[in-house]
Design a protein around this ligand. Structure first.
Ligand SMILES: [Zn+2]
Length: 288
């Protein structure tokens, strides 16, 4: 079917389906789905937007119109696409918006469905590993090529399960803030080249021995994820924060717990240069 661009067609509701069907991926963003639909049918994006009556600024189309154009049922569309879910189907998956983020779907999951175009999905904060394909799909991934094989690093999948437990226990807001602080601390360790043996080993598994990457690459985030999650579990806990800012014995228990949970080779010998103690001195009191 040729899509006419003349205005007479756009003044009415769409009446016909595009010739080539595109099945939405679960939790796919609406923009990603529409982009794939346009590509598959060789229709310019603007023409498809107009055909769906999306106007300017862009607004979501009527679900009935999208069902007509795609040939998919309204139920399939509203269950798969977070932006189109109503209150009845909100439980079907990840919601659109904070704390969830948009990232490329696991490239192996996408390929197994015969999809060749990039697919962007809404992902939960702890959704960093595809459990089926053991691929890093978390922070730092902006294209499918940046997804990393984790098959030799089971500790990263374990960290994802731990991350989920922290959210269940402390909620999204506290966990997100704790995770941000922990990410900064782990990045400081990496920049200082301290306590980084495990992260260097993981980085080498991803890229080989010599390749350098920047601190916001997927490899850096993936390599530091186990320590970041472990540290988040302490920072998110009001109990451990109170010990951290407490007197000598209480603080000693906190740092011993950092060694037990996060880094077995962590020492308290040079705390004045350590990013954890800097966090305790400058930021932890604001959390109490
Ligand atoms: Zn996958």
């Amino acid at each position: 079917m040729r899509i006419a661009v003349a205005g007479d067609l756009f003044r009415t509701r769409p009446r016909r389906a595009l010739p080539r069907k595109v099945v939405p991926v679960h939790d796919e963003t609406f923009a990603s789905f529409l982009h794939r639909l346009a590509l598959r049918n060789h229709v310019p994006g603007d023409v498809l937007h107009a055909y769906l009556g999306m106007g300017r600024p862009r607004r979501l189309p009527e679900l009935t119109d999208l069902a007509t154009v795609t040939g998919a049922s309204q139920t399939v569309l509203s269950h798969a696409l977070p932006e189109l879910r109503d209150s009845a189907s909100r439980h079907c998956g990840t919601t659109a918006g904070w704390p969830n983020q948009v990232r490329p779907a696991c490239r192996h999951c996408v390929a197994s469905r015969g999809i060749v175009a990039p697919v962007m999905c809404w992902m939960r904060p702890e959704q960093s590993v595809c459990p089926r394909h053991q691929l890093w799909i978390g922070a730092g991934v902006t294209t499918a090529a940046e997804q990393l094989d984790l098959s030799r690093l089971p500790e990263i999948s374990r960290a994802q399960r731990r991350h989920r437990r922290i959210i269940r226990r402390h909620g999204h807001q506290v966990t997100a803030e704790a995770f941000t602080e922990a990410t900064d601390i782990v990045a400081a360790w990496t920049q200082n080249e301290t306590y980084d043996a495990a992260r260097r080993r993981r980085h080498e598994i991803f890229y080989g021995p010599r390749r350098a990457t920047h601190l916001h690459s997927s490899g850096h985030y993936a390599a530091g994820y186990p320590e970041t999650v472990a540290l988040s579990s302490l920072i998110a806990s009001a109990y451990w924060r109170s010990l951290a800012v407490g007197n000598g014995a209480a603080a000693a228990r906190f740092y011993a717990e950092v060694q037990r949970r996060v880094l077995s080779d962590y020492t308290m010998d040079s705390l004045q240069h350590d990013p954890v103690s800097r966090w305790v001195a400058r930021k932890a009191p604001r959390w109490i």
